[in-house]
Design a protein around this ligand. Structure first.
Ligand code: DAH
Length: 370
């Protein structure tokens, strides 16, 4: 490593030699510098104010020069300073342009490569089924209504003709909101167990004629298993007008069943009970797998359990007591209502064997609906 020599000989020839040696030492150090940290030490070593090589020139060469040689020595030292300073700057620009071009080389993009394909999302099978059901009724002139999931006892039960302590309430496995014993029963909050309370909310807001469908989420205190979920979905329907009869109920729901499951499906109605409809009926469709025969490939049909029929919804003529709660004139108006489980319809349509698959978000299940 170069160090500044003391001069004893101040002749021009000796000065030239010393200057040449310094210059070539500097040039080879500068040439060997390729990173910014190296450049910083180069700069400090040569230009450092306190003990840099240029400073040493002042002490070792200039100050100790005899009077007559000072001018000559001063000139050389200034020349050398100028060269070193310029070359230090030049070295830095060389380094940074080299590193920026290597950065550019690294960041080089091949624009002829194909892009990254992002998979398109699809509607969840439950939402799709719910929209399909709603769409069938929209096509028949129904509008869509929604209501709250946290509901009062009044809307979920009382106005639907479930009197307090009536055993029909037990079939609903209601999840209630805690800490409301101080409130009157009808004001107590619960998670709605069905979409039927929206019937009441709609009728409170508008006079007949009414034709609405109500998609939504409902809650029951059920343990999750392959066929039960504490949260599930329903689509409710309500039609109220003058002269609505059970024939309208049957015709409408038969048409809806054909639209949902195929035009060769037949329907039948079985007596049932709901507090808010009288009479009430469960609708069954002929099994679309065995076409109602109960037999498949020489054995029994598993879908309808060999009965040939599958139950898909509850329905009935709106009980006149319900009109009493919403100030509809029960002598003038009549209507029908129905409610179906969206999961149940989706399970049947898509042959799903475990209801939990709808909620687990497993792509292997969901991508089958893409
Ligand atoms: N709300 C009933 C349930 O969740 C289903 C139902 C039955 C709705 C008959 C109706 C109806 O509107 O008329 O079990």
């Amino acid at each position: 490593m170069y160090t500044v020599p003391k001069l004893d000989d101040y002749s021009p020839a000796a000065l030239n030699r010393a200057a040449r040696e310094l210059k070539s030492a500097f040039e080879s150090e500068a040439a060997a510098t390729s990173a910014e940290t190296e450049w910083k030490s180069l700069r400090d070593r040569w230009m450092g104010r306190k003990n840099g090589i240029l400073t040493q020139l002042n002490d070792l060469w200039l100050k100790s020069a005899p009077g007559p040689a000072k001018r000559e020595v001063g000139q050389r030292v200034n020349e050398l300073k100028k060269i070193v300073e310029e070359q230090i700057d030049a070295t830095l620009s060389r380094i940074s342009s080299a590193s920026s071009s290597s950065r550019l080389a690294q960041a080089r993009v091949d624009i002829t490569l194909p892009g990254t394909r992002r998979k398109l999302g699809v509607e969840h099978p439950l939402i799709r089924t719910m929209k399909e059901i709603v769409g069938v009724f929209k096509a028949m002139g129904y509008s869509v209504a929604e209501g709250p999931e946290v509901e009062t006892d009044y809307y979920n039960f009382e106005a639907l003709n479930f009197p307090p302590n009536h055993p029909a309430r037990d079939t609903q496995d209601t999840l209630i909101i805690a800490g409301q014993q101080g409130r009157p029963l009808r004001e107590r909050l619960l998670m709605r167990t069905h979409t039927s309370p929206v019937q009441i909310r709609v009728m409170e807001k508008q006079p007949p004629p009414v034709r609405v469908v109500v998609p939504g989420k409902v809650h029951r205190a059920d343990t999750a298993d392959a066929t039960h979920s504490p949260i599930f979905h329903q689509v409710e329907g309500l039609a109220v007008d003058t002269n609505i009869t059970f024939c309208d109920l049957k015709g409408t729901l038969d048409q809806a069943a054909k639209a949902m499951f195929g035009s060769s499906v037949r329907t039948r109605f079985y007596p049932s009970f709901f507090p808010f409809t009288e009479p009430s009926a469960d609708m069954q469709i002929s099994c679309f797998k065995c076409d109602g025969s109960g037999r498949l490939d020489g054995g029994r049909c598993g879908l309808c359990k060999a009965s040939g029929w599958i139950e898909i919804l509850g329905s009935g003529m709106v009980d006149p007591n319900v009109y009493g709660f919403v100030n509809y004139d029960a002598k003038k108006y009549s209507g029908f209502a129905f409610g179906m489980g969206v999961e149940r319809i989706a399970i049947l349509k898509y042959g799903v064997d475990d209801i939990q698959l709808f909620y687990q978000g497993d792509v292997r299940f969901l991508e089958q609906f893409a």
